[in-house]
Design a protein around this ligand. Structure first.
Ligand SMILES: C[S@@+](CC[C@H](N)C(=O)[O-])C[C@H]1O[C@@H](n2cnc3c(N)ncnc32)[C@H](O)[C@@H]1O
Length: 217
């Protein structure tokens, strides 16, 4: 089921990346997902992971969450396919004098790292990944982690009224609402769920969200 006009069902990745990049470039202030306080899930993960863990933020945007981990001393890499977002993320880290963080313009579906990370997380990106691209997304997770690595995920839960479906957000982004079971199935080839909480996402916490922690098997 798709609700709304599919203005952002882009035919290829470069137009999707351009769409996101335009959002960052044209933003005069904060975008709806850029909240004042570090999200509680990010704070939770920072408490759960061990000191020294190498951290990867998939779809880091302008990098506020990644900077939170770096500020606590974790070595962090943040990737996003919006060059505008990455440019601002780098500038903010520089202003704060954080030298344990790097930001790279890269597609989450194609990114490969020479060394696996201990903790990889996705805060509000998976629900923008189409079903057709899920295999590539999981391949990235498999290639950026090793047995025992942790993977944190916050994504939209079911549609209002229940069940899975797609809607178009106010900024033209396609948002796929998946059930907990669907998310677990997508990741089941290499990851096992170790924590699950309900959460909220969207303007004023308007929509139910999943807050997962998985371990690579
Ligand atoms: C809702 S925003 C969340 C940004 C960030 N995680 C945060 O919480 O501020 C989704 C982000 O995912 C990025 N994104 C979406 N698809 C991507 C892909 N295939 N590769 C890299 N970045 C992607 C967008 O550019 C955008 O910055």
């Amino acid at each position: 089921m798709t609700i709304g006009k599919s203005v952002s069902d882009h035919n290829n990745h470069s137009s999707l990346a351009t769409h996101w990049n335009d959002l960052y470039q044209k933003a005069s202030g904060k975008l709806p997902w850029e909240v004042d306080e570090t999200p509680s899930e990010i704070q939770h993960w920072a408490r759960v992971i061990s000191p020294g863990f190498r951290v990867l933020d998939l779809g880091c945007g302008r990098g506020a969450n990644a900077r939170h981990f770096a500020g606590l001393g974790f070595p962090v890499t943040g990737i996003d396919f919006s060059v505008a977002a990455i440019t601002e993320a780098r500038a903010s880290a520089e202003r704060l004098g954080l030298d344990n963080i790097e930001f790279m313009a890269a597609d989450v579906l194609r990114y490969r790292s020479p060394r696996p990370f201990d903790f990889v997380y996705d805060y509000s990106v998976l629900h923008h990944i189409s079903d057709a691209d899920l295999t590539d997304y999981v391949n990235t997770l498999m290639s950026t982690t090793r047995t025992g690595s942790l993977y944190g995920l916050v994504c939209y839960a079911e549609m209002v009224g229940g069940g899975s479906g797609t809607r178009v957000g106010t900024l033209g982004n396609s948002i796929r609402h998946r059930t907990r079971e669907e998310v677990r199935r997508i990741l089941s080839t290499g990851l096992t769920e170790v924590e699950y909480h309900r959460s909220k996402l969207g303007p004023s916490g308007a929509h139910a969200a999943h807050h997962f922690l998985f371990r690579r098997i």
